[in-house]
Design a binder for this molecule. Sequence first.
Ligand code: AMP
Length: 502
Amino acid sequence: MFDDNYLISRLARHAAATPDAPFARSDAQPDISYGTLFDGAQRMAAALVAVGLSPGDRVAVQVEKSLSALELYLGTVLAGGVFLPLNTGYTAEEVAYFLTDATPSVVVCDPAREGDIAPLADAAHLFTLDAVGQGTLAQARPASGTAFPAVPRGADDLAAILYTSGTTGRSKGAMLSHDNLASNSETLVDYWRFTPDDVLIHALPIFHTHGLFVATNVALLSGASVVFLPRFDPDVVLDAMPTATALMGVPTFYTRLLDNPRLTPGLAANMRVFISGSAPMLRDTHEKWQARTGHTVLERYGMTETNMNTSNPYDGERRAGTVGVPLPGVALRIMGDDGTPVDRGEIGVIEVRGPNGFRGYWKMPEKTAEELRPDGWFITGDQATQDADGYITIVGRAKDMVITGGFNVYPKEIEALIDDIAGVRESAVIGVPHPDFGEAVVAVIVAENSALTESDVMAEIGSRLARFKQPKTCILVPELPRNTMGKVQKKALRDSYGNLFS
Ligand code: AMP
């Protein structure tokens, strides 16, 4: 039935074999089986085609997380469309940019946003869909049991465009093919040993690669079921844990769960694996998690453009502070400024190549050419080292590197030292304009309590860091600005403290 559609034929394998197997339990909507999910996807596909969706057309979606939204994702791909999810936090002004850039033929928004979005939808057909699956899209769907023959799509056809959360400049739409998504999820299912016996706690947003492709596609491909939560709430995740086997989260999930006294080894006894990614996990969090639950977090590294690139091993050593080794099928190299690979242990920029690598940025051939080499290597912009055993440690982003008095300073090195100081919860090191040095190193620090002072920090790191790396000033703040994926927003910090020395 779905054979001609490259991605859906793979994702629907369990639905065809065991339609009654449970797919998701959710408080907001009735629990659904694999069969019901794909029935819903076919009904979505029929509704989209009825308003004129043609193969290759974009379906831009800014809706709350729901099982219906997952059906919309699958239905879009089934109908030959390109799924384009948008962060629910984007303002109308931001959405206007995405709609103008991507020229979707269908736009789906929350009923509460209809008034804002309708004037921006232009020639596109506008549907609404709310958090419990109600709205004009639900009304437009044909009855349950309507068969929708899959629109044929091959490995290289586009399945999705995800705009990168890029902290500088205009957002870029990463074009992802059917094979990009299928191949990466197949690798992850094997690597992390997902089976139909797994129950995955799904508390991530589904407008980002982590919750949409890593969590959802891995569950679907393996036949696992999911506890589908509208958002991350530590108590609700802890309620789910005794009957679940896996959690995929950003580091903030883990720090918030550690703050909750209910987290015990007993509560986590049924769990098989805790996976973290999208932002660096502090070594301290890794160690505390191990001490508290008896489980060693499995950290992996990926990005919108490439899906997942590296992972700590399932069976071998999961090394704190590292993102593990390249996944099977992913070639990875660390390149120096001179355009050749650096020696092991040296810092350079990660480049990756493999079936996971995207097809370029939507309507931005120059940006694509800057970051994607003609021979397929993608320049990630992440600076890292690789040790003798192949483990990768990310030390920062190329654009976060500080150049002070002509010397390069890697924020991660200083952050690691500061984070180790008693009384420090976490830190972010940035460069800000300085009349003398070009840029000055500034440390923004969250303390465990109010007793910590700037001189405590300087006394600890003064003897351990070369003078040029030492922060010119330390700023104590109650918390660091983060985006929804838990990434510290260094641009916001640079904006806030940019005038310190001017
Ligand atoms: P995004 O495209 O929003 O998924 O962001 C991708 C970026 O997140 C990467 O280029 C890295 O800078 C960062 N990232 C993802 N996973 C990790 C990780 N485990 N440790 C450190 N940084 C990470």
